[in-house]
Design a protein around this ligand. Sequence first.
Ligand code: Z5A
Length: 212
Amino acid sequence: MSVKDPLPGCFITVEGIEGVGKSTNIQFIQDCLERHNIPYLQTREPGGTDLGEKLRALLLHGAEVCDDAELLMMFAARAQHLSEKIKPALQAGTWVICDRFTDSSYAYQGGGRQLKLDNIQRLEHLVHAGLQPNLTLLLDAPVEVGRARAAKRSAADRIEAQDLAFFNRVRAMFLSRAKEFERYTLIDAAQPLARVQADIKQALESLIRVSS
Ligand code: Z5A
């Protein structure tokens, strides 16, 4: 399915390194959309479908996954997610809030793993067929801040177990993409939560205004 015309629903993605507050703020975004009576689907990557959740388990908790397989599995999960959930929802006028999307593949597999960006771009063209988020909220904080917040919760998975240099490359790739693409709004996630949410609210309300 290729996307030539804008779809009636808006597609919001939330990105950033671990622990920056994606899950916390996705709840806040849902509350804002509910206040505006906007129907939405909340989903995540990798995951969001039966196949995607199986791939997620292998990606985060499986044994050996080489770097190329990791990239291809992220995009296999995404292809299914777009076809089964995201595009049908957007076509029906439902907004989609997605916890991570293709920018994470550029950041983690391109930045972190240092795989060729050309190959990621080819997969993006194949799998997206023209669809891009309307708004990408990049929650940004120093790696140490995110890791300290995340460490309070659960044991590190296969990707979280990477070293500091890996996550600094991931963060740098997110920041470089935020400069390159207009759909990004950069949010300083090291601020107190109330300030972070005031910034998110501003970005969201401006999207609601232009889309209505
Ligand atoms: N991955 C990939 O490699 N390639 C891809 O293409 C895709 C994904 C799509 C999925 O993990 C992994 O997959 C991820 C990238 C990879 N691996 N890593 N690393 P995930 O997205 O499911 O999980 P995560 O990134 O590790 O997210 P997280 O650890 O769940 O963090 P979070 O959702 O950003 O944070 P949170 O749970 O909302 O907040 C963490 C704590 O901080 C919590 O106690 C909050 O109350 C607190 N918090 C939040 N905001 C604040 C502020 N502002 N001040 C103080 N405390 C705060």
